[in-house]
Design a protein around this ligand. Structure first.
Ligand code: HXC
Ligand code: NAP
Length: 294
């Protein structure tokens, strides 16, 4: 067994209907594939219907599952409500909402127009709010229990990060919403959790965050104590667990999956890793020689 293998038993998501925003590409597509393999029916949504159609066709052929492509820009509440009603019409009910859609690009903040800042906030924070409200209200109205919202955030949701400030502000808001509603809406039978991924190579994120030769200049795996980037299957394993009934007592949690990346940046003395092994004898002697002198 290793981390690229599939974790859950084959029928773990049988009977569950799942909506994955931004499910046509990247991590959303990988999670969707695994959900289908585990027996769920999945609706994938985003702005680009052609991309969604081809992904759904590909995944249905690969898994034998049921995958519905639906166009929906999460920034617009009327489109989100329409998408929700269309999925319910097609599948009968929805049990899980996975808020995965996002937008991001690197930029010094002073170069951003007010609109550029808004675009990111609108996709990430407002989009997550729109979907959560549309599905949450429906679950309350229809008294449907045992429902789950899983939000994809980042590790800079709590540390913040320069050069992606709109994304950091929006993801922090999503994290606050996750923890707030985990308590407030538990009485309606809903659970809310989040995943904070470290670096997982995807075309969408990495071409915008590491354009051109930045990828070679800044090797992301070097920032990770485990010395590698993430594999999509290990993220899919975690997501499948969190939307399954096996995690029924996990609520309001954010699980970091980053090989220790953010802690490496945070620990004050972690930079001492640069000291070669042979120098430690010398340093220890210097420290010990101070004994009793101050
Ligand atoms: C400065 C920029 C810009 C840039 C766009 N803008 N790109 N400003 N630097 N590189 C400005 C535009 O000039 C415009 O402002 C405003 O932003 C909106 O641009 P549009 O192109 O009209 O917006 P839209 O078509 O809606 O595109 C949204 C987008 C785009 C976010 C800009 O990149 C997108 O669709 N991304 C979706 C996929 C994605 O980003 N995935 C990454 C997720 S990764 P003005 O004022 O001129 O009108 C992630 C975390 C990863 O979230 C963490 C890794 C560890
Ligand atoms: P991605 O492939 O670019 O995925 C983003 C998806 O969001 C796309 O499918 C896109 O589809 C959709 N989207 C964008 N704007 C939308 C809108 N207005 N309405 C509906 N859908 C919209 O990037 P990814 O790397 O897989 O990212 C997936 C999630 O993981 C994001 O939440 C991201 O913040 C998070 N994350 C990723 C990493 C990483 O290293 N990859 C690290 C930390 C967190 P359309 O263009 O068709 O709309």
């Amino acid at each position: 067994m290793n981390y690229t293998e599939k974790m859950l038993r084959e029928d773990a998501l049988k009977g569950k209907n799942i909506v994955v925003t931004g499910g046509g590409s990247g991590l959303g597509k990988s999670m969707t594939k695994y959900f289908l393999e585990l027996g769920a029916h999945v609706a994938i949504t985003s702005r680009n219907l052609e991309k969604l159609k081809s992904t759904a066709k590909e995944l249905e052929a690969e898994t034998g599952g049921k995958c519905i492509p639906l166009q929906c820009d999460v920034r617009h509440y009327d489109q989100v409500e329409q998408m929700r009603d269309d999925v319910i019409k097609e599948l009968g009910k929805v049990d899980v909402l996975l808020n995965n859609a996002a937008g991001n690009f690197i930029s010094p903040t002073e170069r951003l127009s007010a609109n550029a800042f808004d675009v990111i906030i609108d996709i990430v924070l407002k989009g997550t709010k729109n979907c959560t409200l549309a599905f949450g209200k429906n679950w309350i109205d229809t008294k449907q229990k045992n429902t789950t919202v899983l939000n994809i955030v980042t590790t800079y949701s709590w540390t913040g990060s320069g050069y992606v400030v709109p994304s950091a502000a929006a993801k922090a808001g999503v994290l606050a919403m996750t923890r707030s509603l985990a308590v407030e809406w538990a009485k309606y039978g809903m659970r809310f959790n989040a995943i904070a991924p470290g670096p997982f190579p995807t075309e969408g994120a990495w071409d915008r965050l590491m354009p051109g030769n930045l990828k070679d200049k800044f090797d992301m795996s070097k920032k990770v104590p485990l010395n590698r980037v993430g594999e999509h299957q290990e993220l899919a394993n975690l997501a499948a667990y969190l939307v399954s009934d096996f995690s029924a007592y996990v609520n309001g949690e954010v699980i970091t999956i980053d090989g220790g990346e953010w802690l490496k940046g945070a620990g004050e003395f972690n930079l001492l890793e640069a000291i070669p092994e042979e120098m430690w004898d010398q340093l220890e002697a210097m420290i010990r020689s101070k004994k009793g002198k101050s």
